[in-house]
Unconditional design. Sequence first.
Length: 96
Amino acid sequence: LASVKVNNPVILLDEIDKLTRNAMFNPSGAMLELLDPEQNNTFKDHYLNTPFDLSRVLFLCTCNDLNTIDRPLLDRMEVIDLSGYTVEEKVYIATT
């Protein structure tokens, strides 16, 4: 971002429904902070030890099962349901 002098990236988070929670860490809580417009403009990257404004970032997330995503996190997302391939399409793909 520093070399291209822009701050409007697209970040793809693949299979967000696979986030796991344990006693030490709740990734859904961290995602809530990233998606919260009240907090994401003052995000601090602890790896680089630098503040970063995430308010202009477009986060795209994929998932296979909406039922496994924490409800507060799901409420912050705009869900676009895409259907999968039909059986006929899968056979065609497999044979060509």
